[in-house]
Design a protein. Structure first.
Length: 108
């Protein structure tokens, strides 16, 4: 039997100084997030987690900035007496940007 399921989540990202080229740590994207989820299969399956992430800038040729994204998440799944798990998750990803798409080309 299915019940109503819902999810509440929010997050924020902070970059101290996006244009700073002399201080690497001021260009890092700092992220924080939270979510709470009730599974529609049963009332006892709830998941709550807090995540912290970083977007580490990587300067590519032609001033392209790409990012290596790291996320650390800690949370709880289930309810006491039914399923009660605590978890820790690490994830990594890449954001590859190419700034050559919208330049007007001049040909001779």
């Amino acid at each position: 039997t299915l019940t109503d399921g819902w999810r509440l989540s929010f997050g924020a990202e902070f970059v101290p100084d996006f244009a700073s080229y002399n201080n690497y740590f001021r260009r890092i994207r700092y992220r924080l997030g939270f979510y709470h989820h009730d599974d529609p299969r049963t009332d006892e399956l709830r998941q709550t987690a807090l995540s912290v992430g970083f977007g580490l800038p990587v300067i590519m040729p032609r001033q392209q900035t790409s990012y290596v994204n790291l996320t650390f998440e800690v949370g709880k799944f289930g309810e006491a007496g039914f399923i009660d798990e605590r978890f820790f998750r690490i994830s990594a990803g890449f954001t590859l940007n190419d700034n050559t798409w919208f330049f007007k080309r001049k040909f001779n």
